[in-house]
Design a protein around this ligand. Structure first.
Ligand code: ADP
Ligand code: ZN
Ligand code: ZN
Length: 719
């Protein structure tokens, strides 16, 4: 007698197998049980999805393979977790097994049942040892002794949070104490409910150390060292497995992580915080292209957990969803909590625009900005200068024949990195030594064109030559970008130099503009932010505004320091378009004005959040093949109208023609995309689900055998 089980396993993408596979087992297995099952010639990890009474048609004991073993000691994944994964797979148009297995720590897939059992035993031994002498008395409602008393606006926000179901959008200025509100919300939850768990998400790993330190110092004394765990891609596989097991077993009360953490198995989940919810890095950019922020909202509903999104510059989607009710609009489904003031009543950085039309040609640092930086250094304050481009120069150029350092494999230039004298493609990685002479004409006078952070740092060092700090020592500059932080621990040590005051000027990419709680920076400068003002991507202004507002928020975070210095914090913008409304709104620190205008424009143009989009991307050796595939699949779509209910769906969905992607060729692969749009999320979803088969059939036709791959991106961030 066999039990028939549907088991989710990782099947190859687009194999056409979207659902779980059928296996049998002598004993019943609860849904959510982790098992090892044969797949082809291998044995792989699987998750029991359901037991079915009868084998599928045509299946028999003889043709159905047996489950090879169960992962003893790992409790089954909950129904809520399985619903989350199933929803994500359906919504983002991927196979269930792919999403489910990718949501588990890699080592769980790789370890044999024996290896895992050994690990679990070791953990159990450790856990049985007497716990670290935590504050012996149970937490009594009030959080730990190092808790900070909230101010009025924080108290009010927290009161609303407690009295309503949410979801909430905490719209709090930079430095208004949002993190402190998260800490209190978590503290109160954990104290009230001994089984409760909280998930706290941050956009990037580079922000986790500081936040982790804050959470650890607040909670480890109360709940033990294991109470706070992290989950992000910067961890080793054994670390990730350890954190995951702690969360899954309930020992971890708080999980801090990046977007992947939205899938953490947390049986006691009662609160989800999404910090800097506007950040694009919450959207996964490969495989299942999920939005961790959107899934957090869904998961909150599934698990009965409160969801708290926070930002000083919310995404226009969240802003729209949290609009208050009016006479003719019932309002959004989120509740907006506002914290407009800064801690210590610190002022916001004064925004100063430098009109670059009135500066000498090729000016990099305008004289007034340079002067302001010098003054800050002389007073022992710090300045931060950012430019969103790393490397020395984006292009190397021959003035004689016009040669440029194009990448032979991509439709992009290779970037000049002076430090190791290389030309590197930031898209495919192709790297070569800088040629001694122009490869086209032999001219030895080839020169960098434009600048990146490496050149900016070099230039600034020349301009600040001889400038000294109050103690008479020479000015110190540090650069922080993806190049300087490649080595493990490099970012932490560079940030520590800033925090300790060892450096005076910080040069970097947007990496430094986000989230960090710098205490002594009083001047922030955006060297050349104009690029995004006229981008073809309709989300570019939103991203620029939030980046500039966030950057401005790095200045003057310590009101007492600024006051003691008798100083005022400033945000400098060098621009050729000083009167642009985006900069006007920035000057007033008026996010609502900016958001209101953008939303009106989007409503008129029928763009998100007033419409819903998906992109289908195709890759091939030639652009024609990539586009032909998309256009053929689109041309075949009307036949879907024959299926029940799909006629009405098709009528509400617009399919645009295939076009090259803005970065058309990467690593010798041509890329094309097709935009699909609807005024109804449901119609778009139903269309995509039905169209999957058409795409697969089209792909199978001989005419399209040159196609390399295709993929759907639902709610894409960049068009
Ligand atoms: P945000 O997350 O909004 O940028 P933070 O929570 O990081 O702001 O707070 C900014 C700084 O102010 C931090 O150093 C924090 O410790 C401090 N802070 C926050 N709330 C309070 C408070 N109620 N009283 C005193 N200091 C506070
Ligand atoms: Zn040349
Ligand atoms: Zn390349």
């Amino acid at each position: 007698m066999s039990h028939w089980l549907q088991v989710a396993v990782q099947t190859p993408a687009h194999s056409g197998v979207a659902g779980p596979l059928t296996y049998r087992n002598a004993l019943p297995l609860a849904p959510g049980t982790l098992v090892r099952v044969p797949l082809g010639t291998r044995e792989v990890l699987g998750i029991v999805w359901a037991e079915v009474e009868h084998p599928p048609e045509g299946w028999s004991e003889a043709t159905t393979r047996l489950v090879a073993g169960t992962l003893e000691g790992v409790p089954p994944l909950s129904a809520g977790w399985r619903s989350l994964v199933a929803f994500a797979a359906a919504y983002y148009q991927r196979a269930l097994g792919e999403v489910a297995l990718a949501a588990l720590p890699p080592q769980l897939r790789d370890l044999s049942t024996v290896q895992l059992a050994r690990r679990m035993k070791a953990r159990a031994r450790k856990a049985a040892a007497p716990p670290a002498p935590a504050e012996a008395s149970a937490p009594d409602g009030q959080a730990s002794s190092n808790s900070i008393a909230l101010n009025d606006q924080q108290t009010l926000a927290l009161q609303q949070f407690h009295s309503k179901p949410g979801p909430f959008l905490l719209f709090g200025a930079t430095g208004s104490g949002k993190t402190e509100v998260y800490l209190h919300a978590v503290a109160e939850l954990l104290a009230r409910d001994p089984a409760a768990q909280a998930l706290v998400m941050v956009p990037e790993i580079n922000l986790t150390p500081q936040l982790e330190a804050r959470f650890r110092s607040r909670f480890c004394a109360l709940y033990g060292e294991d109470a706070v765990v992290s989950l992000h891609s910067g961890m080793t596989n054994p670390q990730r497995l350890k954190s995951w097991l702690a969360a899954h077993g309930g020992a971890a009360r708080i999980v801090l992580g990046t977007r992947m953490a939205v899938f953490a198995s947390m049986p006691g989940l009662k609160l989800i915080v999404v910090d800097e919810e506007h950040d694009p890095s919450y959207k996964q950019q490969e495989g299942a292209r999920y939005s961790a922020r959107d899934l957090a909202i869904y998961r909150g509903r599934l698990d009965g957990a409160k969801v708290l999104l926070g930002s000083a510059t919310p995404s226009l989607e969240s802003w729209h969803h949290s609009r208050p009710a009016t006479a003719d609009d019932p309002g959004g489904r989120y509740l907006r909590l506002a914290m407009p003031g800064r801690i210590g009543n610190g002022g916001f950085a004064k925004v100063r625009r430098v009109d670059m039309n009135h500066q000498p040609m090729k000016t990099v640092f305008s004289p007034p900005l340079l002067d302001a930086i010098r003054q800050r250094i002389a007073r022992g304050e710090q300045a931060m200068v950012f430019l969103n481009r790393r490397g020395y120069a984006p292009v190397l150029h021959c003035a004689d024949c016009g040669w440029k350092s194009e990448c032979p494999h991509c439709s992009a230039f290779r970037v000049f990195h002076k430090i190791d004298r290389t030309l590197r493609c930031h898209h495919c990685g192709f790297t070569e030594r800088v040629p001694r002479a122009c490869p086209a004409c032999g001219n030895i006078d080839i020169a960098p064109l434009g600048r990146g952070t490496e050149r900016l740092e070099e230039h600034l060092a020349e301009l600040l030559e001889g400038v000294t700090r109050p103690d008479g020592t020479p000015v110190r500059i540090v650069r922080i970008d993806a190049d300087t932080t490649r080595l493990k621990g490099a970012l932490e040590s560079q940030l520590a130099q800033v925090h300790s005051g060892e450096v005076d000027v910080l040069v970097g990419t947007q990496m430094i503009a986000k989230g960090h709680d710098f205490r002594r920076i009083t001047l922030v400068a955006a060297i050349n932010p104009d690029g995004a003002l006229f981008s073809s991507d309709f989300r570019a202004p939103e991203r620029l505004f939030s980046l500039l507002m966030q950057s401005a928020g790095r200045a003057g975070r310590d009101a007492a320091f600024v006051a003691a210095q008798d100083s005022a914090s400033e945000m400098w913008i060098q621009t050729f378009h000083p009167a642009h409304p985006l900069f006007e709104a920035l000057k007033q620190h008026d996010y609502p004005a900016f958001a209101g205008r953008e939303l009106r424009e989007r409503e008129v143009a029928g763009m998100p959040p007033f419409s819903f989009q998906a992109l289908v991307r195709a890759e091939a050796r030639t652009q024609e093949v990539a586009q032909a595939f998309l256009n053929a699949a689109s041309a075949a779509a009307p036949a879907l109208a024959a299926q029940p209910g799909l006629g009405a769906v098709l009528a509400r969905v617009t399919r645009y023609g295939a076009v090259p992607m803005s970065l058309q060729r990467v690593a010798n692969v041509e890329r094309a995309q097709m935009l699909i749009e609807s005024d109804s999320r449901m119609a778009l979803q139903r269309f995509l689900a039905a169209w999957q088969d058409v795409l697969r059939q089209t792909r199978a036709q001989p005419a399209h055998k040159g196609l390399i791959r295709w993929a759907v991106d639902v709610d894409p961030l960049a068009i």
